[in-house]
Structures are given as C-alpha cells and as structure tokens.
Design a protein around this ligand. Structure first.
Ligand SMILES: Cc1cc2nc3c(=O)[nH]c(=O)nc-3n(C[C@H](O)[C@H](O)[C@H](O)COP(=O)(O)OP(=O)(O)OC[C@H]3O[C@@H](n4cnc5c(N)ncnc54)[C@H](O)[C@@H]3O)c2cc1C
Length: 365
C-alpha cells in the first residue's frame, strides 16, 4: 500500500463524472491519470439543468474563470452553469491547472482488470495504466462495468428518443421570452424547454429544449442507434434523414410559439441530436479495486434532471473514502474504501434510476 504522497488512481473517461472524480481525488494529493478516448477539442452538449450549484466545492473559489464568470461579473451575479459545454469547460480548466492530474486524450480503454496490489486499464495502443484503483467514468456503455458487473454489463433501451437542441436568440423571433422551464405533455410526445444563460443580455440569450418522442424506435433500429435492447450511439445531426427533419418540423406545430420556433430554428440548421434513452439500475458499484461513478454506475432518463448532481456526489463520496484509506496505509484499505463508497452510494443510485423508470414506463408504455 502506498502513502498519500504517491497513491495513484486511473480514471477511465474524461467527461463530467471522470473530471469530477479526478478533481475530488487530486484534492487529497492522489496522483490521477484520466484516460479519455476523444480528442482535446471542446465538445458540444445539451442544456444541463441544475449544474451551477455545487461544483464550487471541487474547483475551489478561484476555479470559476472564463466566459461564464466574466458574463456573471458584468451582471453582478453569480456564475450560472447551464449547459453541458460550460460545465465541461470549467472542469477541464480546473483539471488542467491541477498538478496531480494528467489528462490524456485519444486514449480509448479496451479492458480493465486488477490483481492483489493494483488495478489497471489497457488502452487500444496496448499501453497498461496501473494504479491503486481504477475508476470507471466511461458513461452508459462503460467498458469498466464489464469487470464490475459481468453478469449484467449493459444499460437497457428505455423505449424512446430525445431530440435535443439549443436555439440562439438572433435566429428566433420570440415576442415573449419564456421566463423559466416549461414542460408540455402531448401523449406520444413531451417537450421540456428551458432558457439558458440567464445572465446573458437580451439579444444573446438561448433556449434549450428536449423533445421526448416514443414513435421513432424503428428509425433508431434501422440506423443502428439501438441494437436489440442496447443503445449503441446517438443520431448525429449530419445523419438525420431529410424526411425526419420535415416530419419533426411539421409536428413542432403542437408546441407553444417560443418553443416551436426554437425547435424549428435548430431543425433548419441541423442543430439537433437524437439521444436514445438508456437506463441501468445497479446491483453493485465496485469490485475489489475498481469502482464506477456517473453514468457508468447508474443510467437514468434525463427527465430526472439529476444525473449530473448524483455523479458529483459519487465523486465526492469516493474521494472521501479513498482519502481515508490512503491515510491508513493498510494493504486492504483501498478495497475496503471502495466497499464503503458502495455502501454510501448504491441506494441513492438505485433510487435515481428507479424514479426515472416510473416516468419511462408511463411514457413509453
Ligand atoms: C440528453 C441528456 C440530457 C441530460 N440532461 C441532464 C440535466 O439537465 N441535468 C442533469 O443533472 N443530468 C442530465 N443528464 C445526465 C448527465 O449528463 C450525466 O448523468 C452526467 O453528465 C454524467 O455523465 P458521465 O460523465 O458519467 O458520462 P458521459 O458524459 O457519457 O462521459 C463518458 C466519457 O467517457 C468517455 N469514454 C467512453 N468510453 C471510453 C473508453 N472505452 N475509453 C476512454 N474513454 C471513454 C467518453 O468519450 C466520455 O467523455 C443528461 C443526459 C443526457 C443524455
């Protein structure tokens, strides 16, 4: 067992959950290697409700910098993180500034494993990254979950897709700007709309929307987005069939004016992604020296609006338990710490997914 000074963790996945876990562990002096399969370019993403609140604990009082902090300072308000890209940008900057974190891009993990004294992740180029523990933060199709829960490694398709877009104010002709989140239930469809970047001045505001649609499952299967019971990938904007765009444009007539216009503006410039919804109720979160956090651990419908917040709590609880373990410097301390993480987190993870499943069953039938 190593001491705090050179305890090491390998985190698989450098999205929100992976970066939060890395920052949480690094706070206690643990050296963290984050292996992220995608490149370093900033990534887009949907609106993220409730993201603004507790990140300060991880990134510290000086951690909030960049466009969102500047905009907030100009308005005399606290920064609001309301999109996935904002939250990811903030975490990336904090991780890059942390000397304990080594963020490696273009590193696709193909296998994870462990022995008595260490755990490891192997990347596609054959390199083995070894640490006192491996944290799987590799999302809903987690490779690391295959080691933790080999008896049930896949999240299941929930029976519907979410069309997502963010419309910019200049492309809209909205008379009354929506003051807050709206939900519209139209039977086979449900629309969730929310204004983003409340601190942005009029003219530069944005409307995020998520359209839940249970009628496009044949298309999802025909395009390989869903195979059997398993979600394989999203339908990217470039792959949206022209016929689908025309259909959605016509069906958008059912939504109230501001949201209808926001949907149509995104469709016009193909700024729409289709995300088939997956769900996973975990029976376990750890095995030996390997732990899961975020969507690798539990996948819930975005209707819960809590996936991000629970991933943050996962990261904090995991870091807390591991920090106590490295201080003890006993051989079995890391596996024991991960079991404590599971004891503290499994109930919350299951409750999150099950609450979403109640919605999914009533919506998708
Ligand atoms: C459409 C949608 C809307 C949502 N809206 C909200 C919301 O409003 N509020 C909220 O709280 N939550 C929301 N969520 C959920 C929330 O985004 C996630 O729960 C949260 O961000 C945690 O994500 P993650 O980092 O665990 O997984 P992901 O974001 O999926 O990240 C996984 C990372 O691992 C990398 N990776 C995958 N496989 C490998 C591999 N083999 N090797 C190396 N790297 C790998 C991927 O490239 C990616 O960077 C939403 C989810 C979706 C899909």
């Amino acid at each position: 067992m190593r001491t705090t000074d050179h305890a090491a963790a390998v985190v698989v996945g450098g999205s929100l959950a992976g970066l939060m876990a890395a920052l949480g562990l690094a706070k206690f002096g643990i050296a963290v290697t984050v292996l992220e399969r995608s490149g370093p370019q900033p990534r887009g993403g949907a609106a993220l409700g409730g993201a603004e609140s507790n990140l300060h604990r991880l990134v510290g009082p000086d951690g909030l910098a960049g466009p969102e902090a500047t905009a907030a300072a100009l308005n005399g308000s606290r920064p609001h993180l309301q999109s996935w890209a904002q939250a990811h940008g903030l975490l990336r900057r904090a991780a890059a500034a942390d000397p304990h974190i080594d963020l490696v891009h273009g590193a696709r993990v193909v296998e994870a494993g462990q022995d008595e004294t260490s755990a490891w992740a192997r990347t596609a180029d054959g390199a083995i990254h070894r640490g006192d523990l491996v944290v799987g933060a590799d999302g809903h199709r987690s490779v690391v979950r295959r080691v933790v829960a080999p008896e049930r490694p896949d999240a299941a398709f929930a029976g519907y897709v979410i069309w997502l877009g963010i419309a910019e104010e200049p492309e809209l002709d909205v008379e009354a700007w929506p003051p807050g989140m709206d939900i519209f239930d139209a039977g086979a469809d449900c629309l969730l709309g929310y204004p983003l970047a409340e601190s942005a001045p009029p003219g530069r505001r944005r409307l995020g929307w998520a359209w839940f649609d249970r009628r496009r499952n044949d298309l999802l299967r025909a395009t390989g987005c869903v195979d059997g019971d398993v979600v394989q990938h999203s339908l990217r904007p470039a792959d949206l069939p022209a016929s689908l765009i025309a259909e959605l444009d016509a069906e958008a007539a059912q939504w109230p004016a501001a949201w209808r216009d926001a949907v149509r503006a995104c469709l016009r410039r193909r700024g729409v992604t289709g995300t088939p919804v997956a769900e996973y109720v975990p029976d376990r979160l750890v095995r030996g020296r390997i732990a899961l956090v975020g969507d690798a651990a539990h996948v819930s419908t975005p209707m819960t609006g809590r996936g991000f917040g629970v991933a943050l709590t996962d990261a904090e609880v995991l870091a807390d338990e591991v920090a106590k373990a490295v201080a003890e410097a006993r051989d079995d301390a890391i596996p024991a710490a991960l079991r404590s993480y599971q004891d503290r987190s499994l109930g919350r993870a299951r409750e999150l997914v099950e609450s979403g499943q109640r919605f999914s069953r009533s919506f998708a039938g």
